[in-house]
Design a protein around this ligand. Structure first.
Ligand SMILES: O=C(O)c1ccc[n+]([C@@H]2O[C@H](COP(=O)([O-])O)[C@@H](O)[C@H]2O)c1
Ligand SMILES: Cc1cc2nc[nH]c2cc1C
Length: 340
């Protein structure tokens, strides 16, 4: 037997043929929304969120098994001295997540969200993107496939987050490769890179995109050359959720870069996603606009670890509860506008 397929082939095929929303469930939800005891449109974006849940799950809006998935990876590019924290903090924070001591643990408890942490070969950082590919095609595809397993235990709302010292540099490089401009437009302080650290970060992003320039017309090549394991896994998880029609909340600057790879491969690939929160990272709003999205929250956070998506999950749960739990004009005996 001759093996002819390349590792990305299955993902390219999946991306070509994505399922769309369920129109019948959307129409039913719109119909019910019109009957609820409120002036039309008065719940603003909560109404849009309820319709989004119905369209993607194919049933009345509900959130019964929300899950926050955090993917952790390490990056060879950190050897350039671009971050105030050492790469060992990635593993240490994974342990902190497991022990319940991180911000994300408290947000998950507050909104009753499940939390799963996926650490990705933390002892084997990716290649230094300034002079080599971050990942081989085989490693990148295997990591995307691993990310797809995040939903295997079942969920009806997936919040996508990450942890990885150096990964705001990676996100900036991906954005520069996808959208152009200058490194300065996409590089921000991350966990606190200023002065010489920030200059080296900008140089690393410029050099990396220049080094890989001849190969950046293919989004999956951008992912494997400039990305990282947590970025590849997040892309896989978002794609798997789409195939299973599970709505997704995307977290900050880094998670958005993973999502952007899918959008570049298929313009409809993020129709099942909302952006939970616009990060304080300066390039995030522009990156969100490139996806044609409006973030649900703007709280000035720049933490990552799924925090913005998890906070937005609280809003999404409230939207579903309003839609399913509110009385109708008829059931509550409240006069509707047309009743006079
Ligand atoms: O996603 C964001 O908006 C975001 C903004 C700033 C920092 N982070 C988090 O900080 C880490 C990356 O920052 P840095 O400075 O090491 O590139 C990584 O663990 C991210 O989760 C994340
Ligand atoms: C302490 C710390 C916590 C984090 N959470 C997400 N990214 C992080 C980066 C650092 C440095």
């Amino acid at each position: 037997m001759t093996v002819t397929g390349l590792p990305f082939d299955d993902f390219r095929a999946l991306l070509r043929d994505l399922p769309g929303p369920e129109t019948a469930a959307l129409i039913a939800a719109r119909d019910r929304d019109r009957q609820l005891t409120k002036p039309p449109g008065s719940l603003g974006r909560l109404e849009e969120i309820a319709m989004w849940l119905a369209a993607w799950t194919g049933r009345p809006p509900a959130v019964n098994r929300p899950l926050v998935a955090i993917f952790a990876g390490n990056h060879g590019v950190t050897k350039h001295g671009i971050t105030p924290f050492p790469p060992s903090v990635t593993q240490q924070m994974v342990e902190n997540f497991a022990a319940g001591g991180a911000a994300i643990n408290q947000i998950c408890s507050t909104f009753d969200l499940g939390l799963k942490i996926f650490d990705l070969a933390l002892d084997y950082p990716t290649g230094d993107i300034t002079c080599e590919a971050a990942l081989s095609e085989r490693d990148c595809a295997a990591t995307m496939a691993f990310g797809m397993e995040a939903i295997a235990g079942g969920t009806d709302l997936l919040c996508i987050g990450e942890m990885g010292i150096g990964n705001t540099t990676i996100a900036a490089a991906i954005n520069l490769a996808l959208y152009g401009g200058t490194a300065e437009e996409w590089v921000g302080p991350g966990t606190g890179s200023h002065g010489e650290l920030l200059e080296r970060k900008i140089n690393a992003v410029t050099t990396a995109v220049e080094f890989h320039r001849a190969h950046l017309d293919d989004p999956l090549e951008i992912l494997r050359r400039l990305g990282g394991r947590e970025i590849a896994a997040m892309a896989g998880a978002i794609l798997a959720a789409r195939v299973q029609r599970i709505p997704v909340l995307v977290d900050g600057y880094v998670a958005t870069a993973a999502a952007a790879i899918l959008k570049a491969a298929n313009p409809t690939a993020l129709d099942h996603c909302l952006i939970g929160h616009v990060s304080g990272e300066p390039g995030h709003l522009k990156a969100i606009e490139k996806l044609g999205k409006t973030p649900l929250l703007a709280l000035g956070m720049r933490l990552g670890e799924g925090s913005g998506a998890a906070l937005a999950a609280g809003i999404v749960k409230a939207a579903a509860a309003c839609h399913s739990g509110m009385a109708t004009f008829e059931s509550a005996g409240v006069s509707n506008q047309s009743d006079g």
